[in-house]
Design a protein around this ligand. Structure first.
Ligand code: DGL
Length: 270
């Protein structure tokens, strides 16, 4: 059995890392669409077409279940994929729902009507495309009422992280947090709604203050996948090998990925 993990680039490796720790016996095939990253500034149609192409490639690797470990793809493409494109014997899941279930203290598959939850003011930090999609607010509205979400498009942060410019990334994070706090001075919770942001979690927490609970996705997604595979083992596909695929230059991407995760990662061309 193998499970596919898709991201526009390297950010999804933060999710992959948590998945491999939680499910050490499951082979994962990672697909980084580095040639087309970043997705955060692309149109919804563009993101849909690129994400479908990558998902088909992962199906060809024997991964009947594909996790979109990319908030931008989960936000801008997933609903359309599930409604119009994914065949009955395959599954594509995103990274928003596990996070929203944690925020609203719901179990998977709890389809009861939306109800009041403890958290009332939520700050969402994400890419411009994710913020523009309003997917987070839409999914939240299915589960909770009376929650005020203030979303901050964090332009530039992904690029700074991908370029390894930590000083710039930190300065941008602090300025985005300040911008959000001008509109919502006291959020109770903050969502790091982009796979790259866990790498800056300490800076977000520091800029937001200790009283704000920061939700980061990787571990929540890993728990959710473990639960899903137990209930739906038929979607663990026939693939047997873990591998890393990229649409970019494998040598360059391997080097970046090794820096990013601080362990040796070797990508091959798709
Ligand atoms: N991985 C994407 C996400 O989680 C961010 C990078 C991009 O803009 O492509 O939203």
């Amino acid at each position: 059995m193998a499970v596919g993990v898709f991201d526009s680039g390297l950010g999804g490796l933060t999710v992959l890392d948590a998945l491999t720790k939680r499910l050490p016996d499951v082979p994962f095939v990672y697909f980084g669409d580095n040639a087309h990253a970043p997705y955060g500034v692309r149109t919804a149609d563009d993101i849909f077409n690129l994400t479908c192409a990558a998902t088909e490639r992962l199906w060809a690797e024997g991964c009947d279940l594909v996790i979109l470990a990319c908030n931008t793809a989960s936000a801008a493409a997933l609903k359309r994929m599930q409604e119009t494109w994914v065949p009955a014997d395959k599954r594509v899941l995103g990274v928003f729902v596990p996070l929203i279930e944690a925020l609203t203290e719901r179990q998977w598959g709890d389809n009861s009507p939306p109800r009041e939850v403890a958290v009332k003011h939520v700050a969402l930090f994400a890419t411009p495309a994710t913020v523009a999609s309003r997917a987070f607010q839409r999914e939240l509205a299915f589960r909770a009422i009376g929650v005020d979400v203030e979303a901050q498009p964090c332009g530039g942060v992904v690029d700074a992280i991908e370029q390894g410019d930590e000083i710039l990334a930190e300065a941008l994070v602090r300025s985005h947090v300040e911008a959000l706090k001008r509109r919502m001075p006291t959020p109770e919770a903050a969502i790091l709604g982009c796979t790259h942001y866990p790498l800056m979690e300490k800076v977000f927490q520091d800029a937001l203050g200790a009283r704000v609970k920061v939700y980061s996705q990787a571990n929540l997604v890993a728990e959710s996948l473990a639960d899903y595979l137990q209930r739906r083992p038929q979607f663990a596909g026939l693939g047997t090998q873990s591998k890393f695929l990229t649409t970019g230059d494998p040598a360059y991407v391997s080097n970046k990925a090794t820096q990013f995760l601080r362990r040796k990662i070797t990508f091959e061309a798709v």
